[in-house]
Design a protein around this ligand. Structure first.
Ligand code: PXG
Length: 411
C-alpha cells in the first residue's frame, strides 16, 4: 500500500521510502507531489470547476491545446482532449475512420495493429492490441488485422542502441495491403517503442519504412505515444526522436504528470481539414466525452508543461541515456537475465521464466525490490523501468544496485 509520495519517492504504509523506478505507471515524469500542479488545480477548481465542451468552451482548453501544439511534431497541431489513454486510442481510431469516409474513402474501414501491441482496454484498443489475455475473454472488433511484432531475441539480444535487425518487418504492412486491398485499410497503429509488452525497441529504420508504406497506400499512421510522449526518450515525442511524423498521435499519462486523468489526440492539419467539411453549424465529428478538456485537467497539464520546460525534462532522458544504458546493461551477467533493452529513460530486464511457472520469478523480483525500497514493474517475467525524468545519476546507481542485489538472491 502506498500512502504518500514526494519527488523520486513513494511512502509505504509501514513508513518506508520507496524509490520510484516506474514514474507511478509510466506517468509521473516530473516526480511526485509537485506543488505547482496542486496549486494550479486548486485555483482552477475555485475559478471554474467544470465546463461542458459540447457547444461551449473555456479558455484554458484552448490555451492548453496551443501550448501542446508548440511542442508537437511539425504539423500535428490539432488537438482533441480525452480522459485517458484508452479513450485517446478509441478517439484516434474513430477519427481515422471518419476522416477516410469524409474524403470519399468510405471503403477504408479496416484497422491494423501489431502483435504484442498495447493500446489500453477500450474495445478499439483491445482489438488493435496484440495481447491475447486482453482479448480472449472479450469480443473484439471485426475487420482488424495485425502486423507481426518486432521482438527477435535470436538476432537482437543485449543491443546497445536500437536493434540492428528487423527493418523488413515493416513490409508486413505491404503484405496486408496485398491480402486485403489498400482501399479497405483506414489506419495502422503502433507504439513507437512498445511499453507494456516489455519495452520493445523498433529495429533501425523500421518506423521510417512503415511511414513510407502507409503513405504510399493512403493509410493513416497512428503513433500511440501514451508512454513515449512527454520526454521519455529524450524528445517531447518519439516522433521527433525517430524523425518520423505520423498523421495522428495519442497521448495521456505524463500529459498531466499523472496528477489528473486526461488524454490528448494530436492530428495533422490534413486530417483535421478533411473532417471539417459541411455547413458551419453542423457537427463534423460525432464524438466527445463529458470530461473532454476538463478545466482541472487542463490546469494540471499547463502546470506540467511549465515544469517540463523550465527543468529541461523533455531532453533530460537524452542527457542521462548513456549513464542509464551503461548501468542497466551491467546487469547482463546477473542470474536469470535473458535480455536487457534500454533507451532514453526506459528499460526492460527480461528474466528467463521458471520451468512450468511463468511470471513467478518476475513477481518475486518485484516483491523483493519493494521490500528493499525500490518500485519496479513486473510484466510477466520482464521487469520494466521508467523512472521520473528528474532522476539523478546517483539515484540511477542506487536503483541498479538494489536491482542487482535482488537478482542475486532471487531463485
Ligand atoms: N496506450 C499505451 C501505449 C499504453 O501504454 C494505454 C494506451 C491506455 O491508457 P489508459 O490511460 O487507458 O490506461 C496505455 C496504458 C503496464 C501498464 O503494466 C501500462 C499501461 C496501463 C496499465 C499498466 O505497463 N499503459
Amino acid at each position: 500500500m502506498l500512502v504518500g509520495a514526494s519527488g523520486m519517492y513513494y511512502r509505504s504504509d509501514d513508513g518506508r521510502d520507496i524509490l520510484d523506478g516506474t514514474a507511478g505507471l509510466w506517468c509521473v515524469n516530473a516526480g511526485h507531489g509537485r506543488r505547482e500542479i496542486a496549486s494550479a488545480v486548486a485555483a482552477q477548481l475555485q475559478e471554474l470547476d467544470y465546463a461542458p465542451s459540447f457547444q461551449l468552451g473555456h479558455p484554458l482548453a484552448f490555451r492548453f491545446a496551443e501550448r501542446l501544439a508548440e511542442i508537437a511534431p511539425p504539423g500535428l497541431d490539432r488537438i482533441f482532449f480525452t480522459g485517458s489513454g484508452s479513450e485517446s486510442v478509441d478517439t484516434a481510431l474513430k477519427i481515422a475512420l471518419a476522416y477516410q469516409r469524409a474524403i470519399g474513402q468510405g471503403t477504408r474501414t479496416r484497422l491494423i495493429g501489431r502483435e504484442r501491441g498495447y493500446h489500453g482496454v477500450g474495445f478499439g484498443g483491445i482489438s488493435v492490441g496484440g495481447l491475447v489475455n486482453n482479448r480472449r475473454a472479450f469480443a473484439t472488433l471485426h475487420g482488424v488485422d495485425h502486423l507481426r511484432h518486432t521482438h527477435d531475441p535470436s538476432r537482437n539480444l543485449f543491443c546497445d542502441g536500437l536493434p540492428e535487425h528487423g527493418v523488413e518487418l515493416a513490409d508486413d504492412l505491404e503484405r496486408l495491403v496485398q491480402l486485403h486491398g489498400a482501399e479497405t485499410i483506414a489506419a495502422v497503429i503502433v507504439e513507437p517503442v512498445a511499453g507494456s509488452t516489455g519495452v520493445l525497441l523498433p529495429p533501425r529504420g523500421y518506423l521510417k519504412r512503415l511511414r513510407e508504406i502507409a503513405s504510399r497506400h493512403g493509410i493513416l499512421l497512428i503513433f500511440d505515444e501514451v508512454i513515449t510522449g512527454f520526454g521519455r526518450l529524450g524528445s517531447p515525442f518519439a516522433a521527433q526522436h525517430f524523425d518520423v511524423i505520423p498523421d495522428i498521435i495519442t497521448s495521456a499519462k505524463a500529459l498531466t504528470n499523472g496528477a489528473i486523468p486526461m488524454g490528448a489526440v494530436f492530428t495533422s492539419r490534413g486530417v483535421h481539414e478533411g473532417l471539417m467539411q459541411g455547413p458551419e453549424a453542423a457537427i463534423e465529428l460525432f464524438h466527445g466525452y463529458t470530461y473532454s478538456g476538463h478545466p482541472a485537467a487542463c490546469a494540471a497539464g499547463l502546470a506540467s508543461l511549465d515544469i517540463y520546460r523550465d527543468e529541461g525534462l523533455f531532453t533530460r532522458a537524452a542527457e542521462l541515456q548513456e549513464h542509464w544504458q551503461r548501468n542497466l546493461l551491467s546487469l547482463r551477467t546477473a542470474p536469470h537475465v535473458a535480455d536487457i533493452r534500454a533507451m532514453g529513460l526506459v528499460a526492460a530486464i527480461e528474466l528467463s521464466p521458471r520451468h512450468g511457472d511463468p511470471g513467478s520469478r518476475g513477481f518475486e523480483v518485484f516483491s523483493r525490490c519493494f521490500e528493499k525500497g525500490l518500485l519496479v514493474r513486473a510484466n510477466g517475467d520482464t521487469i520494466a523501468l521508467s523512472p521520473p525524468l528528474i532522476i539523478t545519476r546517483d539515484e540511477i546507481d542506487q536503483l541498479t544496485q538494489m536491482l542487482s542485489d535482488v537478482l542475486k538472491v532471487t531463485p
